[in-house]
Design a protein around this ligand. Sequence first.
Ligand SMILES: Cc1cc2nc3c(=O)[nH]c(=O)nc-3n(C[C@H](O)[C@H](O)[C@H](O)COP(=O)(O)OP(=O)(O)OC[C@H]3O[C@@H](n4cnc5c(N)ncnc54)[C@H](O)[C@@H]3O)c2cc1C
Length: 458
Amino acid sequence: MQNMIDSGYASIRRKRVVVIGGGFAGLNFVKHLDARRFDVVVIDRNNYHCFPPLFYQVASAGLDPASICFPLRRELRKRGSRNIQFHMGEVKNIDCSHRIVRTKTEEVGYDILIICAGTTNNFFNMPQLEKSVYTLKSTSQALRCRNDILDILEQASLEQDMERQKKMLNFVVIGGGPTGVEIAGAIGEMKRYVLPREYPSIPQENMTITIVEGNTRLLGTMSEKSSEVAYRDLKSLMVDIELGATMHDYTDNVVTLADGRKIDCSHLIWTAGVIGENIAVTGTGGKDISEELIGRGGRWKVDGLCRVKGVDGVYAIGDISIMEDVDENFPNGHPQLAQVAIQEGKLVARNLMELEKAEECAARKENYTPRLKEFKYNDKGSMATIGRNRAVVDMKNMHLSGFMAWLAWMFVHLMSLLGMRNKITALINWIWAYFNYSTSLRLLIHPCRYPLRRRWMD
Ligand SMILES: Cc1cc2nc3c(=O)[nH]c(=O)nc-3n(C[C@H](O)[C@H](O)[C@H](O)COP(=O)(O)OP(=O)(O)OC[C@H]3O[C@@H](n4cnc5c(N)ncnc54)[C@H](O)[C@@H]3O)c2cc1C
């Protein structure tokens, strides 16, 4: 019988599980769910899964976007179940009272909803920045950054007036966390190794890269040793570092710091903050209930089982969720990292299968108490890379830096990429770049303007 699970003596209807977001959390949830027992619909605004830790490599022309993205349909088909569907669309609204999610093109009903839409850029109280700064929260944003860097290098190489050339090439990175350090390091490598070889008309001193961090050290979430190494390595890549400094304003190509100092800046790369993706949520009578459900940083408040507090059948996992006062090591919520998203995805899939098993047993008039597990984060450590062959790695009782850390970083990232083709192309690009300081990816392919397609601009 269609849409039913045969539990032996009685049949129960397969529940429809709707998953918003095919990122780390969403994919790992689906991977660990027994799809014979559920109807699963994965909705994502893109038709591919992407790997954010390597966005900075796309932005600095180290990797092509296809190496860090993987088609969601293909990944879901690999699960080998007809019960899993993919719908491309951006969820705009969740109606909790009718159990419906809405995209621009459809309404999808759910029995169980898994929200794992991740985060977007947070410009704090400077919304005007959205239109003037570069960001690295999606493949398209990383590509835009890459194209504009390549474009300005081409333009600057034709500029005869050295003062004007200088003004074209001052890059400021706001935020000294792993993403800020990685992108500053990658642009630093361009300055140190690529400019002299490929743009001889641009003297190195005409390009400046400054990283601005509010904390008194870089990589504030990592060990002090890692911060010191990152500082030293960035300096060797000719990156200027402003610590204990916050950005107050960015207008007319000038960054103003809170203490009044000004830095010329033709390209500002913003890595300073994230906020949960904004999805409207309504309850009975269409009432907006977002204030009840969504907490600090735009993150949905969940209990130890990742259930959204105050609403039935809805779970939130990954970056978009916050679990406070559950895990003794993380009373203020877990860090927004891939491992947290992956582990939460696995846990919720496992718990849902336990609950389903209990229902099936009940249908057979058997007793079964579901063994539900609370989330406990297993911290496997953190790492960041600074340029072509340097990195820092912090694990439980171990710190690595330099070439060994870079090898460890490369191994972990290669293993985490989806698809053998992606692993191989990324490895070839890295080995190639390691030996000859060059990639063939610095191609500036402008998108064609016509025909206009409105739906891609919305
Ligand atoms: C530049 C960068 C570097 C990072 N580096 C590291 C690192 O080195 N190590 C580490 O552990 N973590 C790193 N992170 C964090 C890590 O990427 C996140 O913790 C992880 O991606 C969270 O997984 P997620 O599934 O919650 O969200 P995501 O992976 O962001 O996935 C969210 C998915 O939801 C989709 N989506 C969003 N809104 C909607 C909507 N309204 N409707 C439909 N679909 C939607 C998106 O398209 C996306 O596919 C980095 C993040 C960034 C941005």
